[in-house]
Ligand binder design. Structure first.
Ligand SMILES: [Fe+2]
Ligand SMILES: [Fe+2]
Length: 172
C-alpha cells in the first residue's frame, strides 16, 4: 500500500488550510479516483497518480491564488520520500515532482502520466463552480463527454469515493 495512514498523518500535520475544504482530503480522494479511472485508458503510472493526489495541494497557504503551492507540494514529497515511499524509482519521483510543480502553471506536458495527473485534478472543478472544458484537458480519455460528466457530477455533489482516501474522509 503506497498511501498509508502514516503518510496522511505526516501530510496533515503540516497542512495549513481547511482539511475538509475545497482543497482538502475529499478533493484529493476524487483526484485519486479520477486518475485511477483515466489511467486504465491512458496507461499512466498509478503510483505517481496516487501520490500526486495527496501532494499537489498539500502546501496551499490559502484557498484562492497561491501560485507557489505546486512547487511547495513537490518539496514536501521530496522530504517525505525516504521514510514513506522509498520504493518509488527516481524516474517515477521525477514525474511526481514535475506534476506537482506544474499542475497550475502548464497547460499540458509531454509525459502521459503527468498529463493524467493534470486531468485528474481539472476534472474536479465542479466543487468551485466551474465546468471542466475539454480544451483545458490533456488526454483523450479525460476529454470524453462521458468522463467529464461523470467526474463533474461527483465534484458538484462532494462525493466521497470508495478508496483509501475516501475512508480517511469518514474518519475525520
Ligand atoms: Fe492545486
Ligand atoms: Fe487540486
Amino acid at each position: 500500500m503506497l498511501i498509508t495512514s502514516e503518510l496522511i498523518t505526516a501530510i496533515k500535520g503540516q497542512f495549513r488550510i481547511n482539511w475538509s475544504g475545497i482543497h482538502g482530503i475529499s478533493h484529493w480522494a476524487r483526484v485519486f479516483d479520477n486518475g485511477m479511472k483515466l489511467s486504465k485508458q491512458t496507461g499512466a503510472n498509478q503510483k505517481v497518480i496516487q501520490l500526486f493526489s495527496v501532494f499537489h495541494d498539500s502546501r496551499r497557504h490559502n484557498e484562492h491564488l497561491d501560485p507557489k503551492h505546486g512547487p511547495r507540494g513537490a518539496e514536501l514529497a521530496t522530504q517525505l520520500r525516504e521514510n514513506h515511499f522509498p520504493l518509488l524509482t527516481d524516474e517515477e519521483f521525477d514525474l511526481l515532482h514535475q506534476a506537482c510543480c506544474l499542475h497550475t502553471k502548464a497547460a499540458t506536458h509531454d509525459n502521459i502520466t503527468v498529463q493524467t495527473c493534470f486531468d485528474a485534478d481539472r476534472l474536479d472543478l465542479g466543487r468551485v463552480g466551474k465546468v471542466p472544458k475539454a480544451k483545458y484537458l490533456c488526454t483523450d480519455a479525460a476529454k470524453l463527454q462521458e468522463m467529464i460528466a461523470w467526474a463533474h457530477q461527483r465534484s458538484i455533489d462532494g462525493a466521497v469515493p470508495d478508496n483509501v482516501l475516501g475512508m480517511i474522509v469518514f474518519q475525520m
